[in-house]
Design a protein around this ligand. Structure first.
Ligand SMILES: Cc1cc2nc3c(=O)[nH]c(=O)nc-3n(C[C@H](O)[C@H](O)[C@H](O)COP(=O)(O)O)c2cc1C
Length: 165
């Protein structure tokens, strides 16, 4: 796909690895949010944004710094897909919450958010990233379900490709 970028924030490297896998399958470039300017977001047809949830329900800090700037963008021509990493057992009440913060500012910027994902197969109790019984993006758990990650990424990337046709 043309004009697509994968952008992630990561504290301990898992989100970076998943971002690289998604970028490889989409055949596009991958960037750390700490290294790029959010104003570049407007140039893409699709941006795939990834964050872990940290500190019991918070978005990763490099994303936190730029949330207000993202909200001020014009993303009316840009589709956004979100993926989030979390731990559904240790943080069962705040599982992948950080995705919700990204979705909120992107929606405020006018973006069309694609890539909603079924909650089936996860054991969490609660998540701010659920809407109408689905996750607002791909939920990945490298602590509890790392073996499911390749298949989940593959299915989600197929979904994104279909949404871009
Ligand atoms: C102090 C701490 C707090 C965390 N809080 C949450 C949380 O609230 N919700 C969640 O789903 N995962 C939580 N996690 C799990 C991380 O999101 C998970 O380990 C993730 O894979 C880390 O990604 P990274 O390696 O890209 O930083 C927490 C992890 C740590 C160490």
């Amino acid at each position: 796909m043309e004009n697509v970028a994968v952008i992630y924030g990561s504290d301990s490297g898992s989100t970076k690895k998943v971002a690289a896998l998604i970028a490889q399958q989409l055949d596009v470039d991958c960037y750390d949010i700490a290294d790029i300017d959010v104003e570049d977001f407007e140039q893409y047809d699709l941006i795939v944004l990834g964050t872990p949830t940290v500190n019991k329900g918070e978005i990763q800090s490099d994303w936190d710094y730029v949330l207000d700037d993202i909200e001020d963008l014009n993303l009316a021509e840009t589709k956004v897909a979100i993926f989030g990493l979390g731990d559904q057992i240790e943080y069962s009440d705040t599982f992948v919450d950080g995705m919700a913060d990204l979705a909120e500012v992107c929606a405020d910027a006018g973006a069309n958010i694609i890539g909603q994902w079924s909650t089936e197969g996860y054991k969490h109790e609660d998540s701010r990233a659920e809407n109408d019984g689905k996750f607002i993006g791909l939920a990945i758990d490298m602590e509890r379900q790392a073996d499911m990650t390749p298949a989940r990424v593959e299915a989600w990337v197929s979904l994104l490709k279909t949404s871009m046709l």
